[in-house]
Ligand binder design. Structure first.
Ligand code: N0T
Length: 534
């Protein structure tokens, strides 16, 4: 038996998130896995809706479907569980050879109560909303609702028990999102009696250790004393994170899958300032990831949902969520063509996954967050990139985990970018003709809007795998090679075959290398070897 396990993939291993030297990997069947994902629309979580989901997931070349499981659908009547949808979903995912990330829509969906069973939604005594200073109800359920927590946790545990029975061997489901875009709009925290009492108490030591005070510099005391103008937001964050921790911990005690929370992001470019109604207070925004780490250790990742279209905001968000204690994962991004290129830096910077939102063929468009189109043209830009990575996603995820990869996307300014590699510096530029050095005045066909990107893995001292689209890369010697002349030793165009073998199509030379390595409209994979002499 031992020898069987020497062959690499271990189907018996539970999916898990591992961290080494500040880098992260989502292990699936015992090896790093890259989520080339698509998230279904909010109402597609029913057996008869799945055909329109699978069609789009297939066209998108995704290897993973993210899809809700709603509390209202599994426990319409208190204590009576129905998992028939989950059974159908998992069975079909296996047939399609697609993995699943399940999204638990419970107490909070985009902060609101939409997916609660009616017996929870309308019982405001047993399951109270937050109240403001005047005692008026918010729309949002209180994280101090002990009965709400108990009931949500019970349903979630039932789901995890069911999953363990159904999928404990095969691991079609690789990760679970707990709630969706939590926090509260319009009210910074709960002012009910239980909340008020906790707010007047000391900040828990675990929070103090992981979340520094932006202003006071104090290292103990009440929320107000330590966190000043940030106290109410931070307190609410702790309350929600603590609530979610109780749910995740109980779920993982029965079936230990990786779990994450997603975030409706706050502006990552403007200077940090206290909450003033400009984002959902209490959610895992970039500024409070420390509180989430302290209060919710059973949540592996705080993940940004990206619906901005300005590249500076997007890149800043990626930087803020990519931390030694937090894996970069983009579980939602608008499904418009301009956002497909964000996959390049996510995959290049060691992200564990990337999933456009709204990947099914129901005629619903969340434009201007995402695409206007709801047909095949909507998935096409993502399909190009996913289709290129899919046969090499195991290799790529391994290189990323080893810290060998980098990636960039074209900015709105469309200016060149520099990538620092070991003893090499690469410059990536956009809109270049493929032949010659003329740029923006007479740009490459199909580059009227920013849509280029590129990712590179340094697989050896002077060896690289480069994947790109509508971009040019040039390598310059640096570090140990600085000042030496450099020449391509060999540039191979080809692809990985999905089984670890490289299949050569042709060798680039002459026109194809004279002006840098130029990637066209269709993503291309190159194996590059460069040499120097003295
Ligand atoms: C997302 C999705 C779905 C820059 C929106 C985004 C999904 C949820 N919410 O289609 O509802 O379930 O996670 C909120 C973005 C707010 C506007 C940002 C403008």
């Amino acid at each position: 038996l031992a020898s069987l396990f020497a062959f690499g993939a271990h189907a018996a291993d539970l999916p898990r998130l591992v961290t080494k030297e500040g880098r992260h990997a989502l292990m699936v069947d015992g090896a790093p896995y890259l989520i080339l994902g698509g998230q279904a629309h909010n109402s597609s979580n029913y057996p008869n809706a799945l055909p329109k989901v699978w069609a789009a997931i297939n066209d998108a070349q995704a290897n993973t479907l993210e899809i809700p499981v709603a509390w209202e659908q599994i426990e319409a009547t208190e204590g009576k569980f129905d998992f028939s949808y989950v059974d159908t979903l998992v069975t079909q995912a296996r047939e399609k050879n697609v993995r699943l990330v399940l999204l638990w829509f419970g107490t909070w969906k985009n902060t609101g109560p939409g997916y609660l069973p009616a017996w929870v939604k309308f019982d405001n005594r047993r399951f109270p909303r937050m109240v403001d200073k005047a005692g008026k109800d918010s729309y949002c359920h209180s994280p101090f609702g002990t009965e709400t927590l108990k009931a949500d946790r019970k349903a979630f545990v039932a789901l995890m028990e069911h999953l363990k029975k159904l999928d404990g061997e095969q691991h079609t489901v690789i990760m679970v999102q707990v709630e969706n875009e939590v926090g509260t709009y319009g009210l910074v925290r709960d002012y009910g009696p239980a909340a008020q009492k906790a707010f007047n108490g000391p900040v828990p030591a675990a929070v103090l250790a992981k979340q520094k005070a932006p202003v006071s510099g104090k290292s103990s005391g009440t929320w107000q004393a330590v966190y000043g103008d940030y106290a109410e937001q931070y307190f609410h964050t702790w309350a929600i994170a603590h609530y979610i921790e109780e749910i995740a911990k109980a779920g993982r005690a029965v079936y230990d899958l990786p779990m994450f929370v997603n975030n409706a992001v706050r502006n990552a470019v403007e200077p940090l300032a206290p909450w003033k109604g400009n984002f959902a207070s209490g959610g895992p925004t970039y500024d409070v990831i420390g509180i989430w780490k302290a209060a919710a250790p059973h949540i592996d990742v705080a993940a940004p949902d990206i619906y901005d279209h300005e590249s500076n905001k997007i890149f800043a968000t990626l930087d803020k969520f990519r931390r030694p204690d937090n894996a970069l994962f983009v579980p939602e991004i608008g499904n418009s063509a301009d956002l497909a290129r964000v996959a390049w830096p996510v995959f290049g910077k060691g992200g564990i996954g990337f999933a456009p939102f709204g990947i099914d063929y129901f005629e619903f468009s969340n434009y201007p967050l995402g695409a206007k189109a709801t047909d095949r043209t909507m998935v096409e830009p993502f399909a190009q990139i996913f289709g290129t990575f899919r046969p090499m996603m195991r290799e790529w995820a391994q290189w990323a985990f080893e810290g060998r990869t980098q990636g960039v996307a074209e900015s709105d300014e469309r200016t060149p970018q520099t990538i620092t590699l070991k003893n090499w510096t690469a410059t990536v530029s956009y809109r270049q003709r493929q032949f010659g050095d003329q740029a923006a005045k007479d740009p490459m066909e199909g580059t009227d809007k920013p849509n280029g990107g590129l990712a590179v893995a340094q697989t050896g001292d002077n060896e690289f795998v480069v994947v790109g689209q509508r971009a040019r890369i040039k390598f310059e010697p640096s570090g140990r090679h600085a000042g030496k002349p450099a020449l391509y030793a060999r540039v191979e165009e080809g692809r990985y075959d999905g089984k670890g073998n490289w299949v050569l199509e042709r060798v680039w030379n002459g026109d194809q290398t004279d002006y840098g390595l130029n990637f066209g409209t269709t993503p291309t994979v190159l194996k590059v070897k460069i040499g120097t002499y003295q």
